[in-house]
Design a protein around this ligand. Structure first.
Ligand SMILES: O=C(O)CCC(=O)C(=O)O
Ligand SMILES: [Fe+2]
Length: 279
């Protein structure tokens, strides 16, 4: 995985690497240690109790009684301003405008905390999100010839081999396919190794999963899903946020919440007159 800084992470270089290179890049120096500590403290507080929240790719963990060792914290925008700063970081916004179209949106912003002993996840793709294990439920011929997803992980604890840094298969983004046991993912994968404050940006077609945490510390990351404006987001953020948050939202946050794109709309009740077309 190639490494960049805020200065070297140009949209052209990153988009080429996402499409034609490994499918994942690391960008350092976007966030201060204070922002990372703030985000981590909020997430730890919200995931202190054994979770009653929905979680994903934990079928094996559920069977072995370990499902509680992966904890999600959802709807992060409502839980601290630092998460808006992460979601709309200008370096990420510039890259994503190029990758997903200028009016792209955010589909989810959540934390994934893996406690020591957590068994990690099933290898999967996030394109456009998680359900490509049912390919027949998608259109015939569906493929990844253009991007319909980008994933950001903001790393909050040391991401090491031991702590279960996200495993991924470099180059697997070139063909849309859900990995199977025959792919021997765990034997051949690389890992997204990083320090607190590093960001990993990847194309969600890339096979990946949280790996088992064999260290003695928690492994936290903020996971952000970005989508083209016309893909239905996974979290209904406007419904989950207080009206005061929406009223105060910056133009970039309004775009990320999907508030700038009118569809679906009750067209029968929309203002009369022409609204689409070159003229
Ligand atoms: O936490 C991780 O390492 C990856 C999580 C992930 O891929 C997911 O939940 O879709
Ligand atoms: Fe994923």
């Amino acid at each position: 995985m190639k490494s960049y800084t805020a200065q070297t992470a140009t949209p052209d270089a990153i988009v080429d690497e996402l499409l034609n290179g490994d499918g994942a890049v690391k960008i350092s120096g976007l966030f201060t240690p204070e922002q990372i500590a703030d985000a981590r403290a909020i997430i730890m507080e919200h995931s202190e109790q054994a979770s009653e929240k929905v979680t994903h790719f934990q079928g094996a963990a559920e069977q072995s009684g370990k499902i509680d060792l992966q904890r999600r914290v959802w709807n992060l925008l409502a839980k601290g301003d630092v998460f808006s700063d992460m979601a709309a970081h200008p370096v990420l916004m510039d890259i994503l405008r190029k990758f997903l179209g200028t009016e792209f949106i955010m589909g989810s912003i959540a934390a994934n905390r893996i406690l020591p002993g957590g068994p990690g996840q099933e290898p999967h793709v996030d394109y456009p999100y998680w359900d490509y294990h049912k390919p027949e439920s998608h259109p015939i011929g569906f493929n990844c010839s253009f991007p319909m997803n980008a994933q950001v992980s903001v790393i909050l604890d040391p991401f090491t081999v031991e702590s279960g840094a996200t495993g991924y298969m470099p180059g697997s983004q070139k063909e849309l396919r859900y990995p199977t046991a025959e792919d021997k993912f765990y034997d051949t994968c690389s890992q997204m190794i990083g320090e607190p404050g590093d960001v990993v940006l990847f194309y969600g077609v890339t096979w990946h999963c949280a790996m088992p945490n064999k260290s003695d510390h928690d492994r936290n990351a903020v996971l952000i899903q970005y989508l083209p404006k016309w893909v239905k987001p996974m979290e209904d953020m406007p419904a989950a946020l207080p009206q005061s948050f929406i009223d105060a939202a910056s133009p970039d946050i309004r775009q990320l919440l999907g508030l700038n794109y009118p569809y679906p709309e009750v067209l029968d009740a929309a203002k009369a007159g022409n609204t689409e077309g070159r003229k």
